[in-house]
Design a protein around this ligand. Structure first.
Ligand code: SAH
Length: 348
């Protein structure tokens, strides 16, 4: 790599081992400096070159001139982290200049980061705020890793879980998402079982995860228990039908023996009837899985959250099922950081 290739368009975090060695050599420093730098990045989550206080000033000055440290530029943080179980939302600009958001959530002894895999989203689920942005770009693996590095530096507690439930459809950016999961494991020591990839149901890719033998957890956003309702709220169903997705889920379970979590966003008068609950129960009753009910987080639009009474009536249908049912009351809805509320209105 020639000198001029270390431009501000690429960050140090983007470099592979041999390119970072070349860079350090070009500056006239010894290779052990790379270990020191990586220790600052991955164990101390520093934001700037200047914080790497055991490096010679001449080296940090050269690095500053040659290359940026992080691929993402942090633009804004919403929400406070001073209360227990707080939620904060982070707005970033990508190398290409698009905007994305990530969420840091503290919930008792879990600290979870919700990662975006795309700027905007390639799908068009009509109850989700991200859809209103359209699709801008697939994020690189390091842009996903970098969301975690930035948010970890603002967290008072160790990161315990990563969920790919921010903007975007992870399985439509398969290669980079899987690569970022591996980076989280190798660089930050996060076990695969602590990383959940959530999909709207791209069946071919669900099969591919099983074939490629990735150990991450899988969540499928089912959101409807019959083809017609699902087609209405998630147009991707025209391409990947509900039955197709259930077959892929079955293939995944048989091959990996790993439980899938099915997510079901509860929308008033759309999918919250007792009939829909019974259909859902029948669909999942022989399937080793978990069901996560998400009362809808309202955004501008026609969809509404069912009343607490209706949510309870829906849940009561699942009292004696052979799988675990949980309800996710999203935190951070006051700052539009709840599930499906991520969208950047003013684009660069
Ligand atoms: N594309 C992926 C990941 C992003 S959405 C997927 O579909 O799984 C993450 C979860 O939030 C999905 O289960 C989605 O159905 C849900 N969701 C989207 N909009 C929502 C909203 N306004 N309120 C509650 N949940 C929502």
């Amino acid at each position: 790599m020639s000198k001029s290739n270390f431009s501000q368009k690429k960050s140090f975090i983007d470099l592979n081992e041999s390119d970072s060695e070349k860079l350090i050599k070009e500056i006239g420093e010894k290779p052990f400096r790379i270990n020191q730098i990586n220790n600052w990045i991955y164990n101390h989550c520093v934001k700037t070159w200047d914080e790497m206080i055991n490096l010679p000033r001449s080296l940090t000055n050269q690095l500053k001139k040659k290359i940026r440290l992080h691929p993402l530029e942090l633009i804004e943080i919403s929400g406070e982290n001073d209360k227990i179980n707080s939620t904060q939302k982070f707005l970033f600009k990508t190398i290409k200049g698009n905007k994305i958001e990530s969420v840091l959530m503290h919930d008792n002894n879990r600290t979870t980061i919700c990662v975006s895999s795309q700027s905007g989203c390639i799908l068009d689920c009509n109850f989700c705020a991200t859809a209103s942005m359209g699709f801008l770009e697939n994020l690189s693996s390091t842009e996903m890793l970098d969301q975690v590095l930035h948010l970890a530096s603002y967290s008072n507690s160790k990161i315990t879980n990563i969920v790919y439930m921010g903007m975007g459809e992870p399985l439509m950016n398969y290669r980079n998402v899987m690569k970022s999961g591996v980076l989280l494991k190798n660089k930050m020591g996060l076990g695969s079982r602590r990383i959940t990839i959530s999909t709207a149901g791209i069946s071919s890719k669900i099969r591919q995860i099983a074939d490629d033998n990735y150990k991450f957890k899988l969540a499928i956003s089912l959101n409807a228990s019959d083809e017609d309702t699902r087609k209405r709220i998630m147009p991707i169903t025209t391409k990947y039908s509900l039955s197709d997705i259930m077959e892929a889920a079955d293939y995944y379970y048989k091959k990996t023996k790993k439980f899938i979590t099915f997510e079901y966003v509860l929308l008033k008068d759309v999918n919250d009837s007792i009939n829909a609950a019974n259909n859902l129960k029948n669909l999942l009753k022989t399937f080793p899985c978990k069901l996560n009910i998400i009362p809808y987080n309202e955004i501008d639009g026609d969809y509404k959250r069912p009343t607490v009474k209706n949510i309870e009536a829906f849940l009561s249908c699942f009292e004696s099922v052979p799988f675990i049912v949980t309800v996710r009351w999203s935190n951070g809805t006051d700052i539009n950081a709840g599930c499906g509320q991520l969208a950047v209105k003013e684009l660069v």
